[in-house]
Design a binder for this molecule. Structure first.
Ligand code: CA
Ligand code: CA
Length: 494
């Protein structure tokens, strides 16, 4: 009886929805009613879908897919990439394997098996052709989930310069809102994600959750350049960004970042959250930063991240604020930053370059094994609301406009802050977590926006917040770092 009731409820919910089967090799006359009667891509591109419909994509595909219709809020049209779906072409499409223009509430679900790739785009100048994986323009409510996008361009260090590779982009989203990219694997493209705006309009809720991104020059490039445009509510949470090896074989000023935001001098980006992500890898010395946030920003939270350099560290810090705006609210809380040494070349924890007086709020951060802890290179930090940080081991605790303050005591005098910060080694594990005897345990302060740690453990445990991205619990962390991407946003939300 109950089972029948549930079935009838499900059927009611799906009333009107249809599954449309598609295969590259489908007959032009097929109606898509079954896999054996699958429609071709060309037929699909002219097919009218309704909200709630599922497009089942099967087999190897070499044609561009152009969604024809919009779904509705809560009733999306789903493009379901079945386990054998492989969008594989030699050099890809200059405007996207999926090209979605002014369509709303469309979902692409790779089901952790379906993929989009180029087969000929190996290393070499000839393979720097413009190619997009998924190309969105003017869309609302598009979700891209569980999808593998790879090999748009495979760069190998020091065999070719990569000026032309900039237009190899896994996910491009122009003038969109309510964009979600989650649980995707993205590799081998200049940009993993490039989300941007070039005209004035509503740009809000751009979200990347639990994505694994590697071998890209920049994992997320987020920008606006149109008129008085404002982008609001940008979130990158969870997942793992492995910094790409130097894409510029002649070192220059081009960016190689994990997250890079840019607004130009007019537009503003506000409410930006970078939370709970692991950043690792070898940025080959002239990565600009692991997180590089530039121009007109306000309300920024960088929390619960684990930054771990390997052979080299970011040239301008794990976190770099490069600001034109006046007195933005910047918060960097409960991060763990581990560099490659306290001597020359050991890297910078947090760098602030501001053209106007600004306020910084840095609490509960571990800045370990780096050359410089905090670097205010213009001297424009007007208020140091910084405390409960751990600087150890450290080369120089902080710098203000070329004045070096090597020890924590000197740094306290220079800033008038950091009275509860510590300089004893937190004894981090190889995964950046802390043990029961760590000096970081119970040495932090309550931060209202940080209610869990990177693993979802609630804060505080014991007598107080721990410093760093891990709140110690007697039990092992619920997941290992490498499987962290499986954690969903619900575990990270504040
Ligand atoms: Ca604690
Ligand atoms: Ca924990």
């Amino acid at each position: 009886m109950i089972r029948a009731l549930i079935i009838s409820m499900v059927m009611a919910l799906q009333a009107g929805a249809a599954t449309y089967f598609v295969n590259q090799a489908g007959s032009g006359a097929a109606d898509g009613s079954s896999l054996g009667n699958a429609a071709s891509i060309a037929t699909l591109n002219g097919h009218t879908s309704s909200a709630g419909d599922i497009i089942s994509l099967n087999g190897t595909c070499t044609s561009q897919i152009i969604p024809h219709d919009s779904g509705s809020a809560g009733n999306v049209i789903t493009y379901r990439l079945e386990s054998d779906f492989d969008h594989a072409t030699a050099s890809g499409f200059t405007d996207g394997a999926f090209k979605i223009t002014s369509k709303n509430f469309v979902r692409i679900d790779g089901q952790n098996a379906g993929k989009i790739r180029c087969t000929a785009n190996g290393d070499g100048l000839a393979n720097q052709a413009t190619v997009f994986g998924i190309n969105l323009s003017g869309c609302i409510g598009v979700e891209i989930v569980n999808t593998l996008i790879t090999n748009l361009y495979v760069h190998v260090f020091n065999t070719d310069n990569t000026t032309g590779a900039r237009n190899t982009q896994a996910i491009t989203a122009l003038n969109c809102q309510l964009l979600t990219v989650s649980n995707c694997f993205i590799s081998h493209a200049y940009y993993g994600n490039i989300w941007y705006s070039d005209t004035t309009g509503v740009r809000t809720n751009w979200m990347g959750f639990s994505n694994t991104i590697s071998h890209c020059s920049t994992a997320y490039f987020i920008s606006n350049s149109g008129g008085s445009d404002t982008i609001s509510n940008v979130t990158v949470a969870g997942g793992w960004i492995q910094m790409g090896v130097n894409w510029y074989d002649t070192p220059n000023a081009n960016h190689i970042d994990g997250i890079h935001t840019a607004t130009g001098s007019g537009p503003v980006m506000t409410h930006l959250r970078a939370i709970g992500t692991k950043y690792s890898g070898d940025p080959s010395a002239h990565s600009t930063s692991t997180i590089y946030l530039t121009d007109n920003l306000n309300f920024v939270w960088i929390e619960n991240n684990y930054f771990s350099a390997s052979n080299n560290t970011s040239a301008e810090g794990f976190v770099d604020f490069n600001l034109n705006s006046t007195a933005p609210t910047l918060q960097v809380n409960n991060n763990t930053m581990v560099g490659i040494g306290t001597g020359s070349g050991g890297g910078i924890g947090i760098l602030v370059h501001s053209t106007a007086s600004t306020v910084v709020r840095f609490k509960n951060n571990i800045i370990s094994n780096v050359r410089y802890g905090i670097y205010d290179d213009t001297g424009n930090v007007g208020t140091w609301d910084t405390d409960y940080n751990c600087f150890a081991p450290i080369g120089t605790c902080g710098i203000i406009n070329a004045s070096f303050h090597d020890t924590l005591a000197e740094w306290r005098t220079a800033t008038g802050a950091e009275s509860h910060s510590i300089n004893t080694d937190p004894s981090l594990g190889t995964d950046g977590t802390i043990g029961t005897s760590s000096t970081a345990k119970d040495a932090g302060t309550t931060v209202a926006t940080v209610t869990v740690d990177r693993y979802g453990d609630s804060r505080p445990q014991g007598s107080a917040y721990d410093i760093g991205m891990d709140e110690y619990t007697a039990a092992a962390p619920p997941v290992t770092v490498d499987t962290y991407r499986a954690l969903r946003w619900r575990n990270l939300r504040r």
